[in-house]
Design a protein around this ligand. Structure first.
Ligand SMILES: Cc1cc2nc3c(=O)[nH]c(=O)nc-3n(C[C@H](O)[C@H](O)[C@H](O)COP(=O)(O)OP(=O)(O)OC[C@H]3O[C@@H](n4cnc5c(N)ncnc54)[C@H](O)[C@@H]3O)c2cc1C
Length: 378
């Protein structure tokens, strides 16, 4: 009896998105991943080596609200595969998870290396080719051209991430939304060296001053929200929104204003603000009149910074990539070329810190796999 050959799927990029797509295809299709580096190596630095693989948000619309780019597109994707499915998938490959206080989800092992090991074991039916893909010639079949050869496939998934060769997508006719850095520290025009190392807890997340500007979760969020702004642009921080300064002054009349403020904000920040306002930090609290009090509060809660650029290192995700209006959100298939699919960071989708960017990979990879399976076995 002649055995019918399996539907052949070529996946370009063996990062989280490509590998989860391969996982869901491997039983019914003949799957090959082209990876120019090592598969799932990009998972290793995630979550500081602990792999923040998802976020504890089970409502798919609420989940999608954490993506400055891609929110509406993700409604459809997350309605098919969301946080609960991610956790189930990881459990099925032997990765148990837990939720941290800030709702980020990590593996119990707290080890990206452990997740990677188990994930690779779970995709043992997949063939890996360690070559760089140069371009894809569309047709029936599609032809993947690498630096060492050329291969034919019924369907091709492009999951090359956000730091890669977009020209293979442009070659297929796709528009690339200009890539910009997101989730990155911000350079400031103001000299922040005096404040270097000062960390402020804000409702939106912690903010860390550095020698060159600002960093930490809230700075990353600002970098993401403003990723499409051109430099320079201004931001205003509320560094002490909760303080009732008059009440603090009244209860500590003989303390220096520096010491009074230091109970509410880091001492060096208090001194920095007082010096900027030409107020002697040793002035007693009872000597601070109403207008000086208002000046201090205004400086704390209208703390203006001019952002001149992003830090050169530490980029976490790319804002930009393949234009979403050219991709079908129900299948992840290209609207321009039949049989070409996209998933992960190569798309113009990026989320805040907290497990959202990996969730985009898990969900998009799953949806692409289901759509391909439908063609392969239906
Ligand atoms: C330091 C750091 C920490 C992070 N921490 C987290 C976190 O804790 N939680 C979270 O949700 N997100 C995190 N992210 C973001 C997350 O890692 C990415 O969003 C995710 O890896 C994107 O997955 P991907 O599969 O789309 O692309 P990638 O992970 O970039 O994988 C793409 C793969 O394609 C390969 N490739 C590219 N071009 C070619 C080619 N031409 N031929 C062959 N192969 C090619 C690359 O070598 C790569 O292996 C972090 C990112 C960084 C940089």
């Amino acid at each position: 009896m002649v055995q019918e050959s399996k539907y052949k799927v070529g996946i370009v990029g063996g990062g989280p998105a490509g590998c989860i797509c391969a996982y869901f295809l491997q039983n019914d299709c003949d799957v090959t991943i082209f990876e120019m580096n090592e598969p799932l190596k990009t998972l290793l630095p995630t979550g500081g080596g602990r792999c923040n693989l998802a976020h504890c948000e089970y409502d798919f619309k609420e989940l999608a609200a954490n993506y400055p780019r891609g929110e509406k597109f993700l409604y459809s994707v997350f309605s098919k595969f969301s946080t609960a499915d991610t956790l189930e998938f990881f459990k099925s490959i032997g990765v148990d998870t837990y939720v941290q206080d800030d709702m980020r989800i990590f593996p119990v092992s707290n080890s990206s290396a452990d997740v990677r090991k188990k994930f690779l074991k779970a995709i043992s039916k997949v063939t890996f080719i360690n070559e760089k893909v140069l371009r894809i010639n569309s047709g029936e079949p599609h032809n993947i051209v690498t630096d060492s050869g050329s291969y034919e496939f019924d369907a091709v998934v492009i999951s090359i991430g956000g730091h890669a060769s977009y020209n293979m997508c442009q070659y297929l006719g796709h528009t690339i939304i200009e890539p910009k850095k997101a989730l990155v520290g911000l350079l400031t025009q103001e000299d922040t060296s005096e404040l270097a190392g000062v960390s402020v807890k804000l409702t939106e997340g912690d903010l860390l001053f550095t020698h060159k500007g600002i960093s930490g979760p809230y700075a990353y969020k600002l970098s993401s929200l403003n990723a499409r702004e051109s430099f320079p642009y201004n931001i205003t921080l509320k560094l002490a929104p909760e303080i009732d300064l008059q009440q603090v002054l009244n209860t500590n009349p003989h303390k220096s204003i520096k010491n009074v403020l230091s109970e509410k904000v880091p001492r060096s920040l208090a001194v920095y603000i007082l010096n900027k306002l030409n107020i002697n930090p040793d002035t007693k609290a009872h000597q601070i009149n109403g207008s000086t009090r208002d000046l201090i509060m205004d400086s704390l809660n209208n703390f203006k910074l001019t952002i001149t650029g992003t830090f050169t290192s530490g980029e976490v995700v790319t804002c930009g990539g393949v234009a979403l209006n050219e991709v079908n959100a129900s299948t992840m298939e290209s609207k321009l070329v039949s049989g070409i699919y996209f998933c992960g960071e190569v798309l113009d989708i990026d989320g805040f810190c907290g497990g959202f960017n990996l969730q985009n990979c898990w969900s998009g990879g799953y949806v692409a796999a289901q759509a391909i399976l439908c063609k392969a076995v239906c």
